[in-house]
Structures are given as C-alpha cells and as structure tokens.
Design a protein around this ligand. Structure first.
Ligand SMILES: Cc1cc2nc3c(=O)[nH]c(=O)nc-3n(C[C@H](O)[C@H](O)[C@H](O)COP(=O)(O)O)c2cc1C
Length: 393
C-alpha cells in the first residue's frame, strides 16, 4: 500500500503534515515531531522581527476544540535562517516555511530567505481572526480590520509577488473566515500562480467566558481568539470540497484532524494531504502516527492501494445524486439493527428526538410508526450495529 503523495512536484512519503503551530516553533521541535510518520513539517509563521505573545493564549473549549490568540514564532527571521532551518532540515523531510511580511516587499524578502535556508515550500497565510484586535491595542491608532472577505485581489497580488521571487512551490493558506467565498479565493490565488492551497486556519473571532468571574478566558483587550480543532472540521471539509471543485492544484486539508477517519474524509473531499495542530497540542505528537496508522488501516479494510483510489470520491457521490434523481429524498428509510452486536448502551434511546426508540427488557426497541427516518440513532450507536443507508452503492 502506498500513502505517498505528490504536492507540486515534491514527493511526500506520508500525507500527514504538522501544520503551522507550536510543533513548528523551532528546528528542534520539527526534528522531534518528524519522527512520527510525517510527510512534511510546517514552521510557525516566520516574521521579520520577534513576536511576543499575549497571555494567556491557549484554552480548550467543549467538544475537543481549542481557542487561541497565539502570534507568529517567538524567533526572528534571521534566527530561523541561521539556526533553526539547519536543525529542521536534519529531520530529512520537506520543510514548509510558513511566513508573512508586514508589506509585500518584506514578504518577498522573507520568502527568498526561507528558500535560501532550505525550505521546500513557502506557505503564505491570510489572516488570523484575533490578530487585529490585539495589535490595535498594542499600537494605539493602528487600524487592522479583518480582510475584505469578498475581495481576494490584494492577497492574490502578494501571492504573485512571492511566487515570482522564489523557485520553490508556494502554498496559499486560507483562513476559515473566507469559507463562503473560498471558490473565488481559490481561483484568484491559482491565477496568481499559487501551486497549492491549504485550508484552513482558524475561524473567528471567538470568545470563551469563565463563569466564576466573568473574565474572557483568553488574554488581550477583549479575550478574542480563533477556533480550531474538532468544531472546525465540518466547515473546512466543505471548503476543501468546494476548492477542489473549482481548481486543480493540490489542497492540504487542515482543521480538526485527530484520526485516520478524519484524514480519509478530507481525502474523499478532494484533499491531497492533511495537516493538524490542535490534536497534537492536546494529545501529544503520537497523534501524527496514529492518524497515519488509522488511515492505512482504513485503506486496507476498504481495499484501497493508494490515496488516488478514493481521493475526491465524495465529488463522484454528489454527481451521482444528481444523475440518479436522488438529490432530494423524502421517503423514510427505517434503521435496521443487528441485535447481536447491540450492547444496549442506550445512546440511541437518548438521542432519538421522536421517542421512537425505547429501552426494552434487554435491548432497545424500535417503534417504526414513530420513526422519522432522520438518521440520528445510527450516528450515536457505540457498536455500529444500526444500519441506516439512504444511498446504498
Ligand atoms: C496554538 C496555535 C497556533 C497557531 N499558529 C499558527 C501560525 O503561526 N500560523 C498559521 O498559519 N497558522 C497557525 N495556527 C493554525 C493551524 O496551523 C491550523 O491551521 C488550525 O489550528 C486548524 O487545524 P487544527 O484544527 O488541526 O488545529 C495555529 C493554531 C494553533 C492552535
């Protein structure tokens, strides 16, 4: 079985990437995480001058998601070029230099520096939803509105300038705040020369509140941050689907990847590879290898020999819905249950909003007359013993 992937002419031995975050804080950390079956590692956003974080800046919120208001790397660009890239390169995997300039000229200068220091790709981020709020408080008088979500032209111009300045591939990294217009953004950056797209950075601004004292749980003027992790995944999956409907360049899916199944969903939506951050911060670097192993196990179970065997499968399924007149189904399909596998955990009883499942003497009983065919019970079943399929293949 082959899990390798080609991104803009560079072969990655694994489709699992550490995304731009704490695991790309310096060369030593990149060396550490590279041991866990990574295909490539991304640096934290490299900026010209050192960034000092606002504190506190990382918190878990319900459901395995995170909010953060972390800035770029805490190192200067020169430190990266002279000390960290040489260490990172020893990992022996392609290094994606995520970098941002305060002006297009500075971005060009940084991109050249990263290329000369041995980066295999440049990744150029769009916007962190929390950044403006903090910078405006740091520098009174500064105005940093969120970027115009309907107009990708300025960002595309910067991509074009960076692309012209280097020979290595350039990846445009979208924030999830562009989710409604991701096709327009994708077209604009590809026309500007981007070799690949990564989606997405966090969505926000968001806030969490400590109900003991009413304080926002993050630091900064209002405690605003960006939301990442599990809650982000369904939104970014849809972005990846739409981006790959619009353009042909490879897409790296980022948002809430914590298992091989998550990675498989992204590949089916059309992604070439996945990257992750929050699940590694929360559960340790082993998660990278777990995602790789889980993806390999999934492929074995399904008889897939390569990622290409199922990349974009969801595009096909969506097309089939139209071709077969199955875009809108209204006839109930009732769930079928394998009683032998059911352990009577009661999840389906609790989750049935229509009162159509009651706990019987030893196993839940399904009351067909009350069932609305919604599908909820199968999605909460702890033993996958409920079969509920509107689209049999
Ligand atoms: C603590 C933290 C710091 C991050 N720093 C950066 C950064 O410097 N540059 C960047 O482009 N994205 C940054 N990100 C965004 C991640 O690379 C990623 O796009 C996002 O977290 C979604 O993936 P996840 O759900 O796997 O965390 C950061 C995310 C977190 C949680």
């Amino acid at each position: 079985m082959d899990l390798s992937v080609d991104i803009a002419g560079i072969k990655l031995k694994s489709p699992i990437i550490s995304s731009s975050s704490i695991d790309g804080m310096d060369g030593e950390r990149i060396g550490l995480v590279s041991e866990f079956n990574l295909g490539a590692a991304t640096t934290k956003t490299i900026v010209k001058d050192m960034q000092t974080d606002v504190l506190p800046n990382m918190k878990m919120v319900r459901g395995g998601s995170m909010i953060n208001c972390v800035f770029g790397t805490n190192l200067t660009a020169d430190q990266w070029f002279n000390e960290e890239f040489p260490k990172a390169r020893k990992a022996g995997i392609p290094i994606i230099a995520n970098m941002a300039g305060t002006t297009p000229e500075e971005a060009v200068e940084l991109a050249r520096g990263c290329e000369a220091a041995g980066a295999s790709f440049i990744e150029y981020p769009t916007a962190c939803p929390h950044m403006g709020n903090i910078l405006e408080a740091m520098y009174p008088g500064l105005k940093m509105p969120l970027p115009e979500v309907n107009d990708p032209r300025e960002y595309a111009r910067q991509i074009e300038a960076v692309k012209k300045a280097v020979k290595i591939p350039v990846i445009a990294k979208f924030s999830a705040i562009f989710h409604l217009n991701c096709k327009t953004w994708a077209r604009a950056v590809v026309d500007a020369g981007a070799d690949a797209i990564s989606a997405a950075d966090s969505i926000g601004p968001v806030i969490g509140i400590n109900i003991e004292d009413g304080q926002p749980i993050l630091g900064g003027p209002k405690g605003y941050g960006g939301l990442t992790g599990a809650a982000l995944k369904p939104l970014v999956l849809r972005m990846v689907l739409e981006i790959t409907e619009e353009v042909d360049v490879p897409v790296i899916g980022i948002g809430g990847v914590a298992s091989g199944e998550d990675a498989a969903e992204y590949i089916m939506a059309g992604a070439s590879a996945v990257a992750l951050s929050s699940s590694s911060i929360r559960n340790g670097y082993e998660v990278y290898a777990d995602v790789y192993d889980g993806l390999a196990a999934f492929m074995k179970r399904k008889g897939y020999n390569s990622l290409a065997d199922f990349r974009g499968l969801t595009h096909t399924r969506i097309r089939e819905r139209a071709e077969q007149g199955k875009q809108i189904l209204r006839e109930y399909v009732y769930p079928q249950r394998n009683k032998n596998r059911c352990t009577a955990c009661g999840n389906c009883v609790m989750a049935c909003a229509y009162g159509a499942i009651e706990m019987g003497e030893s196993k839940p009983e399904f009351i067909t007359e009350k069932c609305h065919g919604c599908g909820m019970c199968a999605s909460v079943c702890s033993t996958q013993s409920i079969d509920h399929n509107y689209y049999p293949v």
